[in-house]
Design a protein around this ligand. Sequence first.
Ligand SMILES: [Zn+2]
Length: 154
Amino acid sequence: MWKKLLRRTKKRLVKKSPAAAHFKNHQAAARLLIHERLAHFAPLCGVTYTRVAVRNQRRRWGSCSSLGNLNFNYRLVFLPAHLCDYVIVHELCHLKELNHGPNFWAEVEKVMPEYKASEAELRVIEKKFGAVVSQHAYTETSYFGQLAKRLMVV
Ligand SMILES: [Zn+2]
């Protein structure tokens, strides 16, 4: 009886979490966007990738494991287009150089010569939103807004 009640309460709590709901509502859009940009930039970076995960992670925009698995924050859909692209290129270049040494940055610069400005812009956004971009930044001009428009005209 108590166990049943506890299980039910737990279920309700999960359902009610606004963070979980936000992730659920935007995960599909994020996946669509991230896969589209990965497919675009991977040949430009000269890499191939296999496993991609789109997650609700608090502290990182993206990461790359030593096994070559790419992880991305679903909040990328709320970033301006060029910043989302920068995160994508950054992680793809980690498939070549799994560090932040001069060779890594040279790879990023080849594909994205203006990457330093994007890096700085990201830091500003992180300060403003506490490392996490909230739904307040989700507008018509956000990346997903633009992608949606592009998909409609094609
Ligand atoms: Zn990095």
